[in-house]
Design a protein around this ligand. Sequence first.
Ligand code: BGC
Length: 786
Amino acid sequence: METVRVDFDDLIARLDLGTKIRLLTGADMWSLPPIPEIGLDRIVMSDGPIGVRGEQWSSADPSIALPSPTALAATWDRDLIRSAGSLLGQEARRKGVHVLLAPTLNLHRSPLGGRHFECFSEDPYLTAELGAAYVDAVQSCGVAATPKHFVANDFETDRFTVDVQVSEKTLREVYLRPFEQVAGRAWALMTAYNGVNGTTMTEHAGLVHGVLKGEWEYDGCVVSDWTAVRSTEAAAMGGTDVAMPGPHGPWGGKLEAAVREGRVPESVVDDRVRRILRLAERVGALRVPGSPPAAPVDREFVDGPALVHEVAARSFTLLTNDGVLPFRGAPTIALIGAAASEARVMGGGSAQVYPDRIVSPLEGLRERAEVRYALGHDPRIRLAPIASPARARFLDEDGGVLAEHPLPASEARWIGQLPSGVDGDRLQAVRLLTTYTPGVSGEHELSVAGVGSFTLTVNGATVFDEVIDLPDGDPAAFLSPPERRVTVPMTAGETYELAVTHPVGAFKGMALVSFTLGHADPNPGEEALMAEAVRVAAECDVAVVVAGTTMEVESEGFDRTGLGLPGRQDELIRAVAAANPRTVVVVNAGSPVEMPWIDEVAAVLLVWFPGQEAGTALADVLFGDAEPGGRLPTTWPRRLEHCPVVNVTPVDGAVPYEEEEFIGYRAWLRSGTEPAFWFGHGLGYTTWSYDSITAGGGAVTVAVTNTGDRPGREVVQFYLADGADRRLVGFDVVEAGPGETVVTTVFPPERSFQVWEGRWRTVEGEHTIVAGPNVADPRLSVTMKI
Ligand code: BGC
């Protein structure tokens, strides 16, 4: 089909100032307003990065859930990330989304960063390469990717106001590098909440106009983080093109007045409109008035669950193994831990999506083996929602039913938009209704988690009627709100009618409904649970403990305060390992945790936040049908106090990046402290020899041989070595059968040999390149002349 180039100037000339300015602020939580006169459709945005949530923040609109970005990065595989990106593009098209708000390209500066799980790596080059693959793949589906958050949003504490103080050299060589790599390709980009060197990022003319749009010639659309635009002129002049969400905000009439009074040139507004029109054209939302919407891009269908399963297995990172894995024969398995029956498959905050199914480790392993499950200990602070189908009833002021919607579980959440058919002006209350039939008699716990007023009834009798206040701090707390509990006697086999009623008042354009009805069976007591797990472990051939972080630990809106596993999980692991020497610990966390028991267990498999197919992928890897393909994209410390960078708490409103470019493995190498596991580490089920290395013509070539007795996959890593300092300059995933030798060639990028001195200077001369299976295990070395 012939593409007709749209004359943006002509379209802009047809719009009056008010219309142009209206286009620069969201029409609602997730979209830009349509302008039918010029053929511009509504442009719809949605969060990623692990799925496409769509316009509803609700399980009523399910999405495929991939593993979280630390897991994606652990594959080190650009092709696999491209497949994941294509799946996301497909999901976006299915949901009518034009702009995916992802990938997150901030760095793992400190393991305390609350959104660590949502970023790829501590290494700027690995982040840049995987980010570029992600962006290309999403956009090949005709959907814009939006790398975020530009720039230095590497922690959460006081994120709206904090000023990051960072040298130009560090910015250029480290934090800007992933953004530089995607600037030539991403159709949209998001500015961060924080400030950098005294200026908040939505107003940062130096970085947005100067570097991004100027030096890097970025022609895409710069979208603010949600509510990050807080000024009229400064943000308008600072380079942010679109203020999200809307329709209210600091632009609108105030910006129109600023233009009319000559404080903001109209050309500034026109440039923003041009960028929005270019974005619209790229995503098929701009067409000749009256013509039908663009036909979907013709692409091969991606089987979502199958791909999620593959990516999960490829990301699982085997940290230690005394030979217990893969399991041989048909062992009986003692499966232990709260996360074994309800795995945490994603981190919290805006990265959340609602998959229509989640395969738990318990379900996955039961398909394969005789499994005996014991809870052992539950570290979660909040009770889990009741997993059976529920209904949400939307009521007007007389109690009349405006609409009713089915829910897969007892979790009610609509942020930004109410479900279709619900009139926000008439809505007075949301009622969640479900039934529960206990399997055991006794004192059951019920909980309400939410903000506002709630009444909980059981068979019509009120058991809870209170107002729950929002704790101070970040509004992201709405996504993991405070919880209150009540104890209710219940009899096994009887069915109970449960209802939570939540008055919401009238919405001013933006819905905010977020509450959960939780439940827990009668608790026999902490010690009894632990003892039962130990007994089950002793009676089985192997024990698998699934241990991990909770929503109170890894989520948007706050940073972590420690790296210990929450609750008594360390104690549980030690007790189980003492009862069964064949104990495998499965770590279910998106970012580093301390593992003080590491030398007492037979194997440790890190499964990250594994996405919706957690259990099937786990069974494959434990039984050896798939190799654990992951390699750490970030150095894992033994203890928090060993970490080179821990300052994520502003002092006088600022966080100085005093460590400069030394984050991650570069800082560890410099400090001389041994971490628990180095960047790049991960075991497979076979072994490799590194045979030879050559350099020439800008390329480095390595030959490796699979010296084990089964096929395997190796991530060959190339580092620029300068004394004790190392920098990743190339990597490749190779596969080989037993005894087979494979050769891989990489081309280290020019940037890797450059330093920032007010401009890029290439360090000419002889450079040493080492190759190996992780940053601290150089197996081969060669000299390269630049
Ligand atoms: C997050 C962004 C996200 C946006 C919309 C913000 O709080 O920082 O990453 O895209 O919300 O949900």
